[in-house]
Design a protein around this ligand. Structure first.
Ligand code: G3P
Ligand code: MG
Length: 245
């Protein structure tokens, strides 16, 4: 079972900020997840929402802001004032911070219909970071974007976020895509999905898991990894002490 630090150590620091990723590294995490969007001027930035309401700046969309405008906002205070002034990071900054022994799941939040060219921009950025080869996976609820990515690169590792897609439709898309993993929510996962995914040589990753009891259930099901806001959940000493959140 792998433990993927969901938006960094987002139980303890503002999600998707450099502070959240630094803290996850300090805790000992080796696997990470983050969400990306694209600014008006084509920069790939790391935040969950497609708007900046949480950052205290009206409800403007990321797609309407330049990178400079977005990074002038405060991505830390909503979580705790001690993080005041923490900027929205660039994807390239997080890649540089995580270094060479990490694995990263990059979730493309909105796809090519909202952010034209995000697929090509992302592949270009990853190509510029050769040390990241084979250490990432790109996932999305937006399946046309996954199909576009697959058409651009036959080998890039993809994760299929099921969302509200029906079993039948998902299976059709999965046959076209050749994904490395099927990513499901805690409410969706079942033995049926795990068996079917494994039969297709896909791993199953489940979000968002913050308690040891949930982990025990998922381990029994044969789930391969969990996204957790509290990466200490996967650390041997903490688990042995029966830690709680
Ligand atoms: O990729 C797993 C999970 O992050 C998907 O949902 O809303 O937390 O990005 P969300
Ligand atoms: Mg996510």
């Amino acid at each position: 079972m792998i433990y993927i630090a969901h938006r960094g150590a987002s139980a303890h620091a503002p999600e998707n900020t450099l502070e959240a990723f630094r803290l996850a590294l300090d805790i000992g995490a080796k696997h990470f997840e983050l969400d990306i969007h694209q600014t008006k001027d084509g920069e790939l930035v790391v935040l969950h929402d497609d708007n900046v309401k949480k950052l205290g700046a009206s409800s403007r969309k990321v797609s309407q802001l330049s990178c400079r405008e977005l990074r002038a906002l405060d991505a830390g205070s909503w979580f705790n004032t001690k993080f005041k002034g923490e900027p929205v990071p660039l994807l390239s900054e997080v890649l540089d911070l995580l270094g060479e022994s990490s694995w990263l799941n990059i979730e493309v939040k909105e796809g090519v219909s909202v952010y034209p060219g995000i697929d090509e921009n992302l592949l270009l950025l990853l190509k510029k970071k050769p040390t990241w080869r084979n250490r990432f996976s790109i996932s999305s609820f937006d399946h046309p974007t996954l199909l576009k990515l697959r058409s651009l690169d036959a080998h890039i590792p993809l994760g299929y976020l099921l969302g509200f897609t029906s079993w039948r439709h998902a299976w059709k898309e999965l046959s076209q895509l050749g994904c490395e993993s099927l990513n499901l929510s805690w409410r969706q996962v079942s033995q049926k999905w795990v068996r079917a995914a494994h039969a297709k040589k896909m791993k199953v990753f489940v979000y968002t898991i913050n308690s040891p009891e949930q982990v025990v259930r998922l381990e029994k099901m044969g789930v391969d990894g969990v996204f957790t806001d509290a990466p200490e959940l996967g650390m041997p000493l903490w688990s042995a002490l029966g830690g709680t959140n």
